[in-house]
Design a protein around this ligand. Sequence first.
Ligand SMILES: NC(=O)c1ccc[n+]([C@@H]2O[C@H](COP(=O)([O-])OP(=O)(O)OC[C@H]3O[C@@H](n4cnc5c(N)ncnc54)[C@H](O)[C@@H]3O)[C@@H](O)[C@H]2O)c1
Ligand SMILES: [Zn+2]
Length: 368
Amino acid sequence: VTTSADTLTVDLGDRSYPIEIGAACLEGLGLRLAGILSGRSVVVLSDSNVAPLYGEAALSSLRAAGFQADLCTVAAGESSKSLDVLSFVFDFLVRNRMSRQGVIVALGGGVVGDLAGFAAATYLRGIDYVQAPTSLVAMVDSSVGGKTGINHPAGKNLIGAFWQPRLVFVDTDLLRTLPRRELVAGMAEVIKHGVIRDEGYFAFVESNAEAILQDDPAAMARVVEGSCRIKAAVVAEDEREISGIRAHLNFGHTLAHALEANAGYGTLRHGEAVAIGMEAAGRLATERGMWSAGELNRLVSLLNKMGLPTRIPPGLQLDPLMETMRLDKKVKDGRVRFVLPTRLGAVTLVDDVSMDEVRRVCGDLIEG
Ligand SMILES: NC(=O)c1ccc[n+]([C@@H]2O[C@H](COP(=O)([O-])OP(=O)(O)OC[C@H]3O[C@@H](n4cnc5c(N)ncnc54)[C@H](O)[C@@H]3O)[C@@H](O)[C@H]2O)c1
Ligand SMILES: [Zn+2]
C-alpha cells in the first residue's frame, strides 16, 4: 500500500521526468512503469547488499505488471564502478537479448545508479532507465540529474555521460535497513542543499535533527522531498554544468575529493569528506569577510549534531593533501576554484583562492 506519495518534476523539455516519493511503495513499481514505458523487458541492476533485501520485491512487482524481469547483481561498493563490472553488465544485457525497448532499473545506492545509468546511456546507443534509489545519498542526490559514469584508476567518475532517467521512484521505507553511517553520510549532501539554496530547508533540518537521526518516516519524507526539489531546480537551470549554477552543488567538494583520494578507499565516506570540505569552505569565506561567523557556526553545529566529522582525521598529512589539490584540474596558476557561501541559502563561485589560504585553513582543521 502506498501510504503517501509526492511527485516532483525535473523540467528538461522532452527529457523531463517525474520524481515520485512515497513510503512502502516498492510493490507499486511495476504498475508505475507500465504506465510510462512501452518496453516489456526489464533488467534490475542491484548490488550484493541490496539485492537480497529488495530484489525479489522489485522483480515480483514488475512481473505482476506484465514485464519480463531479470536481476543482475554486482558486488557492493565503489569498486563496482569499473570497466570490468560494466563489461559484466553488458554481457548480462546481451545474454538476455535486451533490445532498444528494454529498460534498466537501478535498485541501489549511488554506485548502482551511476553504473546502471552509464550502461543505459551506452548499450545500443542508449536505452531507457529508471532510478529506484535505496541509500540516502542516492535518494537526495545521485538519482536525480543524469550524471552517470564509472571510475578510472586515475580518478573518480572520469568516464561517463549525461543521460537522464525516465523516472525516479523513491520508497523511503527502504532506508530502514541502511547502515546508520550511510544515513549520516547522506545528511551531508542534505545540509549542503540547504546552504547553497534554501535557508528554510536548512532550518528544517536543524530543528528536526533528532527525528532524522532516528530515521523517523515523516521527517525523512520531508528531507528527501526537500533535497530532490532543490537538486531538480538546479539541474533544470543548468543540466550540463555550463552556466555555473550546477557547479554550486560542488560546495564542500574541492577539499572532499582531495581527502577521499588521500584517505584510501573505505576509510572516509564521501559525505563525511564533504562535511569536512564544507567547514573548510565556510572558514575560507568567513576569513575573506564574505560570510558571517554566526552562520558558519550554525553550519558546523548542525554537522556535529548529525554526527558528521568537521576535522581532518589523523593520518592525513597537509603536504600530500595540498599536492593532490595542486594536481587537480581546479587549480590554475596557484589559484583554486571554490564554491563559497555568502549567506545561508546562497553561494558563489570564486576562482582566486590561493594555495596559501587553503593550506592555512586545512592546517587549522587537522586533528591532534
Ligand atoms: N550521479 C551523481 O550525481 C552522484 C551524486 C552523488 C554521488 N554519486 C556517486 O554515488 C556513489 C555513492 O553513493 P552511495 O553513498 O549510495 O554508495 P553505495 O551505492 O556504495 O551505497 C552505500 C552502501 O549502502 C548499501 N545500501 C544501499 N541501500 C541500502 C539499503 N536500503 N539497505 C541496506 N544497505 C543499503 C550499499 O550496498 C553500500 O554498501 C559514489 O560513487 C558517488 O560518486 C553520484
Ligand atoms: Zn557529493
